[in-house]
Design a binder for this molecule. Structure first.
Ligand code: SGN
Ligand code: CA
Length: 525
């Protein structure tokens, strides 16, 4: 009896020890961060050097094909919370979804398992965070300059630049956290989201460099569904005066305004004088876009460096899994676009870097199809917790360990719903493999199939659907698509559903983008 008691005492002591030893999780999340701008991803334009972010790649694994399920902000954040596709977690689009926070989420499960959790920065799920010991989030999209934030339900106004502020708050929380527990911190930057407003210190960071243009800046969309050409997210047609920095933002302090105007005004005067039209105007806008976007990422990069340095300084680096990602990829002029949404590669795949000392082999890469859908299960697995059977991803921990599971997914299911505002991208779903994408654009005035072949057409500017040489491929992919739709339990077409008193099923509410957003919304002609 006595020996049984001492065994039990030993076991409970051992499990307490284990609990304290469980890895911390630091999730560094950006908004609209394109792999093309991260130097370790090695894009040929070499848009920016990102030593802070690259440090994670150097000391860990770079995933080359992390896919999203629905390339837009709120929905992907809901996917991360739940480990479920949009049609299962109920958050389909930014326009009229509210996250049902009563459902199962990974932070709730981690909290129950003894973790202390915080989310700081962009949240964008419309309901308050649940499952966190501390939350301090931007309302909606949040502001770049002098942002308001909501700290555990209370409005607080900050002065400064949002990326710096979010980092400060994250480090402050780390400092004051309950140190008897492992932590899970989601540090979620607003940058580099539209309208790509740079920190004052980085205005002119590129010395008026001329950025290389992407090969598809003037894509004609020939041969593809009308859905693809009839968009409203072009540098040619959608760019506003605010996007182009032809108007000064309203929320600057007098000092910030002075420096802002000192940088932009002389350059804007030159632009106005030149009276550019057609392709020249698009080229000018692309240059302005790249200056601003890279300046925003430069600040993200510095703050990532600062965060990693803090882990080092506090002796936290060894036992903290660091993951860097973005809610989706982004177009940096490819196909003439900014924004995301499409199944095309730039917005379908998102940066994904992981550092886990002693587990993930430094400086390695992985080409498997992984997804932000896998994160909830991955986080639970890292913590040694069971993975609920209704989650729809798969833990990435075996891949972090360098294993090569024979039954890893070879195909992936995608579905985007939001239409028509803000960018008139028609709803579409599709199946993705290493080589192909078969996509159906299905609403409201189209029912088109496009087949993309990344092997013969890496820039994705052709549609092979009607090519007889691809008939067998189309047949196989359609069967695979049907199999995936059954597996993820999605009924096509999606049923009409409601949120509040608004109905949504992909039908146009109006053919026009929302009006009345102010002078800055004028097209930058
Ligand atoms: C805003 C942007 C859009 C962007 C959506 C969604 N317009 O409406 O360009 O697609 O957010 O972005 S803006 O002029 O207000 O910046 S998301 O990252 O939240 O999905
Ligand atoms: Ca986003």
């Amino acid at each position: 009896m006595k020996s049984l008691l001492s065994l039990l005492t030993f076991l409970s002591f051992a499990s307490a020890l284990c609990a304290a030893d469980r890895p911390n999780i630091l999730f560094l999340f950006c908004d609209d961060l394109a792999s093309q701008v991260i130097s370790s991803y090695g894009e040929k334009r070499k848009l920016l050097e990102t030593p802070g972010i690259d440090r994670i790649a150097k000391e860990g694994i770079r995933f080359n094909r992390c896919l999203v399920t629905n390339s837009i902000c709120g929905p992907m954040r809901a996917v991360i919370q739940t480990g479920k596709y949009s049609h299962q977690n109920g958050f389909y689009n930014n326009s009229n979804s509210t996250f049902d926070s009563s459902q199962q989420t990974f932070p709730k499960l981690l909290q129950k398992a003894g973790y202390t959790n915080a989310v700081i920065g962009k949240w964008h799920l419309m309901s308050d965070p649940v499952g966190y010991d501390y939350w301090n989030v931007l309302p909606g999209q949040g502001a770049y300059y002098n942002p308001a934030m909501i700290e555990n339900g209370k409005n607080v106004k900050h002065e400064g630049y949002v990326t710096d502020i979010v980092t400060d708050l994250g480090l402050e929380w780390l400092k004051n956290r309950d140190k008897s527990k492992p932590f899970m911190l989601m540090l979620q930057h607003k940058a580099p989201h539209r309208e790509w407003e740079p920190p004052i210190r980085h205005l002119g960071h590129d010395n008026d460099r001329v950025y290389e243009e992407p090969a598809t800046l003037f894509d004609t969309f020939e041969g593809r569904s009308k859905a693809v050409s009839d968009h409203d997210m072009g540098i040619d047609r959608t760019f506003t005066e605010r996007d182009a920095k032809l108007v000064t933002p309203g929320n600057l302090t007098p000092d910030q305004r002075k420096y802002w105007n000192e940088y932009y005004e002389p350059r804007n005067a030159k632009f106005r004088e030149a009276n550019l039209t057609g392709k020249e105007l698009i080229k000018w806008r692309y240059q302005r876009y790249m200056h601003d976007y890279t300046a925003c990422v430069k600040a993200v990069d510095e703050n990532i460096k600062r965060t990693l340095d803090y882990l080092d300084k506090e002796g936290l680096a060894e036992n903290t899994v660091v993951i860097l990602s973005s809610d989706q990829g982004f177009y940096l002029g490819e196909h003439g676009w900014f924004d995301k949404r499409w199944i095309f590669e730039e917005s379908l795949s998102t940066p994904f870097l992981v550092r886990w000392p002693g587990v993930a082999k430094p400086g390695t890469t992985n080409n498997k199809i992984v997804s932000l859908l896998d994160l909830a299960q991955t986080f639970l697995d890292i913590a040694g917790e069971p993975q609920p059977s209704d989650m729809q991803g798969r833990s990435l921990v075996p891949l972090f360990k360098g294993e090569d599971p024979a039954d890893w997914r070879k195909s992936f299911y995608y579905h985007y719903y939001e239409f028509p505002v803000p960018h008139r991208v028609r709803p579409h779903y599709g199946v993705i493999t290493d080589r192909y994408k078969l996509v159906n654009y299905y609403k409201p005035d189209v029912d088109d199939w496009d087949l993309l072949d990344r092997q013969t057409d890496p820039l994705e500017t052709k549609n092979f659907y009607a090519d007889p040489a691809y008939a067998d491929t189309v047949k196989e992919l359609k069967a695979e698509l049907a199999r995936l739709q059954t597996e993820v339990k999605e009924v096509i077409p999606p049923p009409r559903f409601t949120h509040g008193n608004k109905a949504f099923d992909g039908e146009p509410e109006s053919e026009q983008p929302k009006k009345g957003k102010g002078k800055g919304k004028k097209k930058a002609e």
